[in-house]
Ligand binder design. Structure first.
Ligand code: FMN
Length: 190
């Protein structure tokens, strides 16, 4: 199984990256092939709303570092989106990527209930780290994006969430969240 993992934090040793690493190592031990992209190291723009992916092409017209990422996801069976919570949302690095996934939708996306250009049945794993210890805070983030990826044909999804972690690596001592990451990896790679 091919898994693409996107790191949305600018901190290479941050909490979301640590959890993504735990997830990926566990899946790798079960035979998965992992391709990781640290978004903060890439150069790219957000969606330009040019509509070329609806009128002339079946993909995004922009040629930048996200081109390879968007192509890799077409070939993958699972996608990991790891991000810190910044101002109640995913990081801008991850959000700009998500906007570019607009190119996965065909021209009839308004009327067609299954407008995705992606093969159906992919799995989504969302990893979120936030400083606030309250689980009710930002609980809306995962379901919102989960819905959009369901629209793209993703059928299974898992959330791994660390609340109350601020400094990089703080999640290392949170056994329950680490087990969540390992568990999600076993289910994804199964
Ligand atoms: C610019 C910025 C905005 C943040 N906004 C929030 C926030 O709205 N709510 C929250 O609980 N934590 C917030 N945090 C804290 C991070 O979510 C927390 O440190 C998290 O563990 C970072 O994940 P990372 O280690 O993967 O980068 C913010 C941190 C930064 C740097």
């Amino acid at each position: 199984m091919k898994i693409v993992s996107l790191l949305g934090s600018p901190r290479p040793k941050g909490n979301s990256a640590f959890l993504a690493d735990r997830f990926c190592r566990t899946a790798e031990a079960l035979g998965a092939e992992i391709q990781t992209f640290a978004l903060n190291k890439l150069k790219y723009r957000g969606c330009q709303a040019c509509m070329t992916c609806k009128t002339k092409l079946d993909r995004c017209v922009l040629k930048d570092d996200l081109t390879e990422v968007l192509d890799a996801i077409r070939d993958a069976e699972a996608l990991v989106l790891a991000s810190p919570i910044y101002y109640g949302e995913v990081s801008s690095q991850l959000k700009a990527f998500i906007d570019r996934t607009f190119s996965y939708l065909g021209p009839d996306y308004v009327t067609n209930p299954h407008p995705s250009r992606l093969a159906p049945g992919k799995k989504l794993v969302m990893i979120l780290a936030q400083g606030d210890p309250g689980e009710g805070q930002y609980a809306d983030v995962f379901p919102r994006y989960d819905n959009f990826f369901k629209w793209y044909g993703f059928t299974e999804s898992y959330l791994i969430r660390a609340c109350g972690v601020l400094g990089p690596g703080e999640v290392e001592g949170r056994g329950e969240v680490l087990r969540q990451a390992e568990d999600a990896a076993r289910r994804t790679a199964a």
